[in-house]
Ligand binder design. Sequence first.
Ligand code: AMP
Ligand code: MG
Length: 300
Amino acid sequence: MTPRGDDSAGTGAGTTTPPGWSVPAHEALRAGPGFDLAGMDRRGTPGFDGDKAQGRTAMAARGETLSELQEKLYAHGRTGGDRSVLLVLQGMDTAGKGGVVRHVLGMVDPQGVSLRAFGPPTPQEAAQHYLERIRAALPAPGRIGVFDRSHYEDVLVVRVENLVPRSEWKGRYDEIVAFEEEVAARGTVVVKVMLTVSYEEQAARLRERLERPEKHWKYNPGDIDARLRWDDYQEAYQAVLDRTSTDEAPWYVVPADRKWFARLAVTELLVEALEGLGLDWPEVHLDVETELARLDATAR
Ligand code: AMP
Ligand code: MG
């Protein structure tokens, strides 16, 4: 992979590869055809050459950019624009989905973010098509929507735990691809992030949750049951990559054993997605002279 020039498509005009990155994150992390999840180094930092301290510095700097781009997106939405961004976060328990929400989305104005976490469907949700609750949670124009888990659970936990028969879930991959195409066609940039923690690191994080009383609230005995089916989950995640990584809605696979890298990588992916929109401050037709005169006239 070679670093891309200034005017490459997708990152918007005038952008350059940021400090520390040898390749833009969306190139370094994208799951292309034949991507092998099992062979990936989960402690790796693909595309980024720096260490943890450099990662932290890079993240803070890019956080400012992210925040400004998010404000532009919000302004665009407030002035009739139809663009939005949807960040889909998937990963095994302890992969760091919550940390990404806190540390990455925490750098932007919460007003512009719509966050939705998906757990097991409620009885009402279960009575509907599985994509109904997803549609209802799609971001409005101008927003960054964040899904902490998503419709992908309907081909992950559902497949591994046989919650519906294979005959029912096997058609869902194509259905999801078509759904995401439709979402993208309506102006939403879909950024799908698979946070990928290793088996060993998951054990360490679960142990920490058990050993530290202030982390007990995060511990769910069911996490061990899911861990017992690790290989089945990896196979189901691989199938997701094989069947649903499209140009309209690509998957980015982010090694997550180093939390600082996962957070930096998602920051970068969001910055690149927002830059790709090429938005500027909206042109508002305002008679500034008149308004200033009116303001002056209020002087006491
Ligand atoms: P957490 O993200 O740790 O709060 O856990 C949410 C739980 O909800 C996970 O165990 C998911 O597997 C489960 N979940 C999410 N979506 C679905 C779904 N469509 N069907 C069944 N379980 C789900
Ligand atoms: Mg959990």
